[in-house]
Design a binder for this molecule. Structure first.
Ligand SMILES: [Zn+2]
Length: 84
């Protein structure tokens, strides 16, 4: 069993809602397999998973053959800028 780098909590493989930052965008991708620390909540992605997240971020949306079935994008910066 693996341990967290930060707090030595136990990490377990789960499917999470990943929050991924790319430029000004914050992208939320559902059902991403990641290891989660049960103490501090730190997420650990496998290298191929992380690359996939990066690619989704660059494309701005998920493609049909995406390994993650659902994906939504939120532009967090526009939320703040455009409010008067
Ligand atoms: Zn931890």
């Amino acid at each position: 069993m693996d341990k967290c780098e930060f707090c030595e909590g136990v990490i377990k493989l789960r499917r999470v809602l990943a929050r991924f930052r790319y430029n000004e965008y914050t992208i939320y991708i559902k059902n991403v397999p990641a290891c989660v620390c049960n103490k501090c909540g730190e997420l650990y992605y496998d290298a191929p998973i992380y690359k996939r997240l990066e690619k989704i971020a660059q494309q701005g949306e998920s493609s049909k053959d995406d390994i993650f079935p659902t994906c939504s994008i939120k532009d967090g910066s526009s939320l703040n800028k455009n409010v008067q």
